[in-house]
Design a protein around this ligand. Structure first.
Ligand code: HEC
Length: 194
């Protein structure tokens, strides 16, 4: 190996490490896992939307809060059990404390926030990769959830007082208000041990 090459290779590796968008422990996710995750997210989102829409129509916002309180965790648990994946939602400002993020999710959501601040739409943001967790390889999939018009009733800046009281009763530490149209409300988070 020439002397010049011996210097150049470590240099190139160092540059690659600095510019790489994912940490050194992570690998690029196989397309098949990514496709499976996308399918599960679609099913999960559709089920949540169906329940929310039905609840708002039949019971109004306050009744819908109770219904979401019972059914949102159930929907995630059902899909997780059936698929063998861990399926859920999380947020930097969670409503349900059981949905609080782990370190990996926090890091990815902060990266998403920085990209949104630079003008990327929340709807486009996805991260799929294999990471090593305590020596175990895990495929992780995170997809941003934008705040739509209907979400503002319960997550916006002007939640009606009675509704706010209802939310406070069920979720005393609720952090999930103050969102504006287009903000990232949270993310879908899926993982599978490999
Ligand atoms: C009727 C009130 C209501 C509406 C409307 C509503 N949500 Fe929620 N949202 C809730 C409740 C209640 C929870 C907590 C559910 C639980 O206990 O897991 C929640 C939880 C969430 C979570 C999980 C993370 C967390 O904060 O606990 C996300 C993400 C979320 N909502 C996004 C949305 C989006 C996006 C919309 C619009 C499409 C929306 N919500 C509309 C009441 C509502």
């Amino acid at each position: 190996m020439s002397r010049k090459f011996a210097v150049a290779v470590p240099l190139m590796l160092a540059v690659a490490a600095i510019t790489a968008p994912i940490p050194a422990s992570a690998e690029e996710a196989p397309a098949q896992l990514k496709a499976e995750a996308q399918g599960l997210v679609k099913e999960y989102a559709t089920n949540l939307q169906t329940v929310l829409k039905g609840a708002l129509q039949s019971s109004g916002p306050q009744g819908a809060v109770s219904i979401c309180h019972e059914q949102a965790p159930q929907i995630a648990a059902d899909i997780s059990r059936r698929s063998g994946w861990s399926v859920g939602r999380t947020s930097l400002k969670p409503r349900n404390p059981a949905s609080a993020p782990d370190g990996y999710e926090t890091k990815v959501m902060k990266e998403f926030q920085a990209r949104i601040a630079k003008g990327e739409p929340a709807a486009n943001l996805v991260r799929a990769e294999i990471v090593s967790q305590n020596g175990v390889k895990v495929f992780r999939f995170i997809k941003a959830i934008p705040t739509g018009q209907v979400c503002l009733t319960c997550h916006g800046t002007q939640v009606a007082p009675e509704l706010k009281a209802k939310l406070q009763a069920l979720y005393p530490g609720d952090k999930a208000t103050g969102f504006k149209l287009g903000d990232m409300r949270g993310v879908f988070t899926l993982s599978k041990r490999l």
